[in-house]
Design a protein around this ligand. Structure first.
Ligand SMILES: [Zn+2]
Ligand SMILES: [Zn+2]
Length: 253
């Protein structure tokens, strides 16, 4: 693994360390590409704002200038990229695109953490559920997101925590994998989930992705500098991909 496109900053309020520490860790571990993709600021309906999940709109300017300054400073040692991890909320997506349009953002990752428009009453995808309605909504919403053509790759596509019917899960995730393949969007094996023993990467999901022939990409999803590169976790992910016959794309940008 010499490129990682999934890196956070303190602005999301659940990450720590300075950008410089993330970069130094990447260099020390032989990475040649480090993309920052902090949780995008997000317009919401009304006064709601989940401040512990993402930066505020007023912080975007500082995020952009900080990363661009570091990109210049470290140009001879590592390629720094400016990205954002974005939710697809159908009623708010156009406004979000208008918000980030003035900035030279080099790529977007799709990272879907909630359903519908991500409001206070909308379900969060980490919470275990056997709701078939929510599962289908997750997949439909992600397909709509992929169809926009705005995403470099799909981060933790298997984050939806479904505890219900296996056959329905397979059917729905096959729908998702087929569309990602048709559109040429790689799927991320999330190293944060793997290293922290979360419910994702979900082996069943990756069996389907392997059958479908999706391309995979490794993403650190680093919220701490030392998580930019976790050797043991990368080893496990590579082994998982090899065992399943999944192809890992080493570099996308
Ligand atoms: Zn996060
Ligand atoms: Zn992330």
């Amino acid at each position: 693994m010499h490129a990682n496109y999934h890196t956070h900053t303190v602005r999301c309020r659940h990450a720590s360390g300075t950008e410089r520490e993330y970069i130094e860790t990447a260099i020390a571990n032989g990475l040649t590409v480090l993309g920052f993709s902090d949780h995008t600021p997000q317009p919401y309906k009304g006064d709601y704002y989940p401040a512990h999940q993402k930066m505020y709109p007023y912080e975007l300017e500082d995020y952009v200038t900080t990363i661009l300054d570091l990109k210049k400073e470290y140009a001879s040692e590592i390629r720094i990229l400016l990205g954002l991890e974005v939710e697809y909320y159908p009623g708010l997506f156009d406004e979000l695109m208008r918000m980030i349009e003035p900035y030279p953002v080099e790529y977007l990752l799709l990272g879907q953490h909630a359903l519908y428009d991500g409001g206070p009453d909308d379900p969060f995808v980490f919470i275990p559920t056997d709701s078939e309605v929510y599962l289908k909504q997750y997949v439909s919403q992600c397909l709509e997101a992929l169809d926009t053509g705005r995403f470099l790759y799909f981060a933790h596509p298997d984050v939806f925590h479904f505890t219900g019917s296996k056959s329905l899960y397979k059917e729905e995730m096959r729908r998702l994998c087929l569309r990602a393949k048709a559109l040429g969007v790689p799927l991320e094996i999330n190293l944060l989930g793997l290293g922290d023993h979360r419910h994702y990467p979900n082996p069943l999901f990756w069996e389907i992705a392997a059958e479908t022939g999706n391309d995979a990409v490794l993403g650190s999803d680093a919220h701490f500098p030392q998580h930019v590169y976790r050797r043991d976790t990368v080893f496990l992910a590579v082994k998982m991909a090899q065992d399943l016959g999944l192809k890992i794309i080493p570099e996308l940008l």
